[in-house]
Design a protein around this ligand. Sequence first.
Ligand code: PLP
Length: 808
Amino acid sequence: MQRIFDSKEDFVDLFESSCQTLIGRTYEDCTDAERFQALASIVAAKSRAIGVKTNELAQQEQKKKVYYFSLEFLIGPLLDNYLINYGVRDLVEEGLAELGLSLDNILAQEQDPGLGNGGLGRLAACFMDSMATEGIMGYGNGMRYRYGLFHQAIVNGCQVEETDNWLERGFPWEVRREQSSVIVTFGGKPVRHEDENGHFWFTTEGGDRVKAVPYDVPVVGYGGETVTKLRLWSAEPAEENFDLDAFNEGDYAKANKFRSDVEAISTILYPNDAGPHGRILRIKQEYLFVSAGLQTILRTYERDYGPDWKHFPDHVALHTNDTHPAMCGPELMRLLVDEKGLEWDEAWDITTRSISFTNHTVMPEALETWPIPMFRSLLPRIYMFIDEINRRYLESLSQDRDNWQELASQTAVLWDGNVRMANLSIICGHSVNGVSAIHTEILKHDVLKGFYALTPEKFNNKTNGVSHRRFLREANPALSKVITNAVGDGWMTNAEELSKLEQYADDPAVLDDIVTAKHEAKKRLAEYVKQVSGVELDPNSVFDVQVKRFHAYKRQLLNVFKILDLYNRMIDDPSFRPMPTSFIFGGKAAQSYTFAKEVIRLINSLADVVNNDSRVNDVLRVAFVPNYGISNAQIIYPAAEISEQISTAGMEGSGTSNMKFMMNGAIMLGTYDGANIEIADLVGFENLKIFGLRVEDIERLKAEGYWAWNEYQADRGRLGRVVDELVDGTLARLNGNFELVHDELMVNNDQWFVLADFKPYVQAWEELRQICANPREWAHMSIINTARSGHFSSDRTIREYAEDIWHV
Ligand SMILES: *Cc1c(COP(=O)(O)O)cnc(C)c1O
């Protein structure tokens, strides 16, 4: 364990002087926000110093480096995490208490950098944590967005997007590395050069030269021994582009136009689920962070190993998270061929041995493509490489295959006037993985079956994981204490040790402790919900939670139907009194995703009806937690008794909130989808509830003909009534009826099988409700879920990547 403070006194001295030198006031006169600055800057400085040592050591040992390219890193607040990882949280808390200060109040001041949309970005952040903890030299490469994902406010039931100005008060963890800036060129004209031996290469004439400036954030592993970094790029105009003539002539707008055009590249994070990205800014972001990252990696490699390029793949692994960094292939080719003078074949061998790729989704509309004319005019030289990669690929394909035309149509990079980024990622790399067992199978046999037929050896599964240090230890101190008291703290670095808890699965004292810890977390969430949404929740009611991005396939709508049905039954039959339950929702919808935004309004309308109806509101409550993000997720997961994971089978890549809830002892109510299946295999079907259509059922229904209308007709009394209530005024108080949602079901024939899964879902929930009515029985299931959750630590996932893909 790397101690960053020798003693409490040592810490207190440092903290006092940090307040003085950084803020210019005594700690007593500082605000909590300033105290946060002072404390974070100490931890960040210590981390950077350890980071330098980590690097020197790795260089001496010639350790292989892993570069993780991701357009999103949803890192969340860092201070608490780093205090825990350095093993000084208690010391700091006590030291501050002696000064009359509260660590919790200071921690609450930290901004939550929203540099990701959801699961994909959070995965990248968990991987950074696990790589550092496992002693892997893992470096993140991403974008420093001026504004993160929008802040979600709820006004009159509707989502309203507000700018997320996360840098307003500065970001104490980052350091700007001006001297490590690199130039990235867009547009221009490729010019061919040839030497006397016929060797040729290209340079680019003209074009827009953009300066990419890196900002480094330290990544501290548990124990504090290894500190690596996350490098985030910001776009700025290269000096020489300032239009001095225009400025001197007084045309300041013209002089500054280039500046604002360039800075736009790193201004905003694109929301996912927003439909086809036709926007040129998005390709610019993708190329900027790929090119800047690779230029820097080659520079570092050359410094460490000289121009010994053929051994590059032995020392460097380049991982591409989804298709956003797909230009890694052609850009590395460009750098090796045009700038380092390598021949095509040699460069291609190096490229394909270095790059690996993770696919995250099976939804065809999410498979990224770009129109060729737009792509070619923005990145002409990269396009030439893609064209040549595609030509050689098709040439290799057409040899001795009778179905080559079919394979070509599935796997070519250039097709129908588009550049297909997933295909580019696969062809340029040596590995493609899915993120859960079922997802990988769907890739192999459906979405990417052409590639699987050609190169089965490239395919492998890496079931996602989450940082149990953040989502259990940090988020849930009460439960963590129960665990550590029972089995020691070895689980912090070896999550499999959580399994030792299982011997207490029938121990009444430990089960009572579990119930007490859950109650504490529920009280905390209830206070938070009251504060942010005004809804009062009873901590003695069952907390049934669904928090995640809003998307039709995640089926928040199915959950709404269950609650509305319950409400109807209570109204019809006053003697029907289910166990008091609080239904808690949270999540953002992409700005342009109208359907998802309507479902948010629907939940808020339902909450308005239910919470204000005295016939039911002693038993039923509905709350929507605005602005779901890492900070409040850490308050939500620990408080859940039921975890809703109800996506349409075959649609969810993996899901990771299912794992976070599991660690925190919530019982899953889930479909046969993503990692839910692996969770069920591990904890046993008697310790959670799985319901509804499976992938093969859905395929059969689609083949035979699924008719939402029949489902509606077959159960007019309950299901049909709920459908009708979308448009009959029942829920219309906040901004009217829900025709769009109704039509998605009844006109568009219920693409996501909400009606088909309604009955088994309600049935499964009824069974779970019975269990929750008996705290000991619930606690028994709960402890087994926690005990078997070690498999879903991202430490395990990272060890698999390290061994099977990166070979470190
Ligand atoms: C874990 C997490 C997600 C992913 O949730 P899923 O339910 O797996 O889609 C999204 N957002 C935040 C803030 C998270 O912490």
